[in-house]
Design a protein around this ligand. Structure first.
Ligand code: SAM
Length: 381
């Protein structure tokens, strides 16, 4: 069976490792486009939906084709020619979730309308049954994406709530980081069990919580409401969860994970989230200042941080000062093998601060975070 997943563009190489770990065979990676195509058996569907930490959505791939000057007629024809009786029972409802990127003389609403009609007519031809459309709570979600000249048609196995929406979040920080990006950055940091891990501007705690879940081998699917498109995904997903041995009983205090923020309200929210994720006993949340880390810590092994960008933080000057003082302080507690991973939309300002503090950039790359272009920096001394 062929599949494709979507994720935050820029982090494909990290998600690729996860797919391979679950047994998928990579066919194509769309770098910076947030899409990976691969093949594998059916059990990949519950595995990715319940165990993956970096992927947002998993779809069964039904059709993929480059069609120069693609038209609505092309879309109708391709969708009509798929055997929908294999995917939708006659008593099930469906919805098209369309997506369009690039210049076309039609809208995504047009795609939804035309593709919906094609599914209904195709099904009627094969089974003489008119399928029901339910846009709010469909039994089966069909993804029809027109990306420039390419048409991609798939069955969404994840459901409308993407996998980055972790069920443990009860407190919403106004600028919280996407949990799948947080996990990807933690994987990137190559954090070892005995190393001290610090998020010095942790807000609602997403990064330390994802870190604790990774170390304790708690699958994100544990916090999922049963909302997959297919019932079997949830049934097998729950079976998988039951089989997984979480590293919780003996080892909860083995890891050294610290979340720090200067805003007590956010720290309280982070504690709530961590409690809900059942990892509060694994993380220390500390009220403090990221520009004065050296006054609190002697040494740190791994820092993963999502500092403010200034968009919600007021003046650019304040952000510039924060970046400078934070990196200057972080440098004082870093040692030869410490790594600092940061993600920010104010990448120019952050880079100026890196240069000013004479830190080494091992890697830097763009990541699309929501609609915002951000940059990830991997720094060492
Ligand atoms: N990753 C977080 C999450 O998922 O909720 C969001 C982090 S938010 C973009 C940036 C955080 O930096 C805010 O919570 C803010 O209170 C904190 N912050 C700003 N200046 C700080 C400083 N000097 N020391 C510590 N925290 C600071």
């Amino acid at each position: 069976m062929d599949y494709y997943v979507t994720l935050s563009p820029g982090l494909e190489n990290i998600s690729k490792n996860e797919i391979e770990f679950f047994g998928g065979k990579i066919k194509e990676i769309r770098e910076n486009k947030g899409r990976i195509f691969f093949s594998g058996d059916l059990e990949l569907i519950p595995k990715i939906n319940y165990l993956s930490r970096t992927i947002e959505r998993m779809n069964i791939l039904l059709h993929k084709e480059e069609i120069p000057n693609i038209s609505l007629e092309d879309i109708y024809e391709r969708v009509y020619s798929i055997d929908w009786t294999e995917w939708i029972n006659e008593n099930q409802s469906f919805a098209i979730r369309p997506l369009r990127a690039g210049e076309h003389n039609f809208t995504s609403i047009d795609i939804g309308r035309v593709a919906g009609e094609a599914v209904i007519k195709s099904y009627q031809k094969d089974k003489n049954v008119r399928l029901k459309v339910n846009l709010d709570e469909p039994d089966v979600i069909v993804r029809v994406e027109v990306i420039f000249d390419e048409l991609i048609v798939g069955i969404d196995t994840t459901g409308d709530v993407a996998l980055d929406k972790r069920g443990y979040r009860v407190f919403n920080h106004p600028a919280h980081i996407n949990a799948t990006i947080a996990s990807s950055l933690i994987y990137l940091s190559d954090w070892k069990d005995d190393e001290l891990f610090l998020d010095p501007m942790c807000g609602s705690g997403t990064i330390p919580i994802e870190g604790a879940l990774i170390k304790r081998n708690v699958p994100p699917g544990k916090f999922r409401e049963k909302k997959c498109g297919f019932k079997f995904v949830d049934i097998f997903g729950y079976e998988l969860l039951n089989k997984i041995k979480e590293d919780i009983v003996e080892n909860k205090n083995k890891y050294n994970i610290i979340g720090l923020d200067r805003n007590q309200k956010y720290l309280d929210g982070a504690e709530e989230n961590a409690k809900n994720a059942e990892v509060l006993d694994t993380i220390k949340f500390i009220h403090g200042d990221a520009t004065k880390l050296h006054e609190v810590f002697d040494s740190v092994d791994v820092i993963v941080v999502n500092p403010p960008y200034g968009i919600r933080m007021g003046s650019k000057r304040a952000v510039k000062k924060l970046y400078n003082e934070f990196l200057s302080s972080a440098k004082k507690i870093m040692h030869g093998s410490s790594r600092l991973i940061a993600i920010t939309a104010e990448d120019k300002m952050f880079k100026e601060a890196i240069i000013k503090n004479n830190l080494e950039i091992k890697d830097e790359f763009n990541v699309m975070f929501g609609g915002l272009m951000t940059k990830v920096f991997y720094l060492t001394l």
